[in-house]
Design a protein around this ligand. Structure first.
Ligand code: IPE
Ligand code: IPE
Ligand code: MG
Length: 224
């Protein structure tokens, strides 16, 4: 059975779900948030230590303003309502990506991270304004400023996922097979599961099914 410490998820399909069921993309984002809560709960039950969720990419700024605004208001609401609960559950929140949002949201993100920084049961890396290519470039810049050696170990150390093992599993919902600039370095040897279901329709059963499948995969890492 393969050990499992880190699951990464590209939570895709909210917009299509919203249009189909409520004639509004934003309603899909709202529904998607419920799936986030379900998956966090299940991740704890499964004793997985790291969960990285792609919530907003650097490319997502190209969406209409009303959708971007709505997404960040959902996030703000969620943190205000749930951060104490996450903290009580011993969950650590870690933001990856560049925090260049409104003053208010930046402050809320920082205080949420600080509050939960010592927690040990589960670390959630929330990818916000995240792009993998720029993460890698920034890491290389920092290595050279510090006059450090450029090697794999150091590069991993300078990425925003430092102190997090690489994900053994990547899940992308929404019936699309691409990485969309997500964790390009960290996913080098991950098992990838492309799910047909849209994110709001994805549930614990689908999640558990993937984990079971993963456990039985023969992971070669180049060997035979
Ligand atoms: C993913 O769902 C969530 C974000 C990018 C914020 P989408 O909004 O991309 O949903 P689809 O792919 O348009 O259905
Ligand atoms: C990837 O989904 C980003 C997130 C889930 C946050 P997108 O829906 O933005 O990806 P593309 O643009 O279809 O590749
Ligand atoms: Mg999408």
């Amino acid at each position: 059975m393969n050990p499992l410490s880190h699951v990464a998820i590209i939570m895709d399909g909210n917009g299509r779900w919203g249009l189909k069921h409520k004639n509004s993309r934003n309603e899909g984002h709202k529904a998607g948030l419920k799936t986030v809560e379900i998956i966090i709960k299940e991740t704890i039950k499964l004793k997985i230590k790291y969960l990285t969720l792609y919530a907003f990419s650097t490319e997502n700024w190209n969406r209409p303003q009303y959708e971007i605004k709505y997404l960040f208001s959902l996030l703000e609401d969620f943190l205000l309502k749930k951060i104490d609960d996450l903290h009580k559950q011993n969950i650590k929140l870690n933001i990856i990506g560049v925090k260049n949002f409104s003053k208010k949201l930046n402050k809320l993100l920082n205080s949420s991270e600080k509050k939960t920084s010592k927690n040990t049961r589960l670390q959630i890396n929330l990818a916000l304004n995240y792009g993998s290519k720029s993460e890698i470039i920034n890491a290389i810049k920092k290595i050279s400023i510090n006059n450090d050696k450029i090697n794999e170990k150091n590069l991993s150390k300078y990425l925003q996922t430092k102190n997090t093992p690489d994900p053994e599993i990547l899940i992308r919902t929404g019936n699309t097979k691409r990485l969309s600039n997500f964790l390009l370095w960290q996913l080098a040897y991950s098992e990838i599961f492309f799910e047909k279901k849209l994110w709001p329709d994805f549930g614990e059963k689908d999640y558990i099914k993937i984990i079971r499948k993963f456990k039985k995969i023969k992971r070669n890492f180049g060997k035979i």
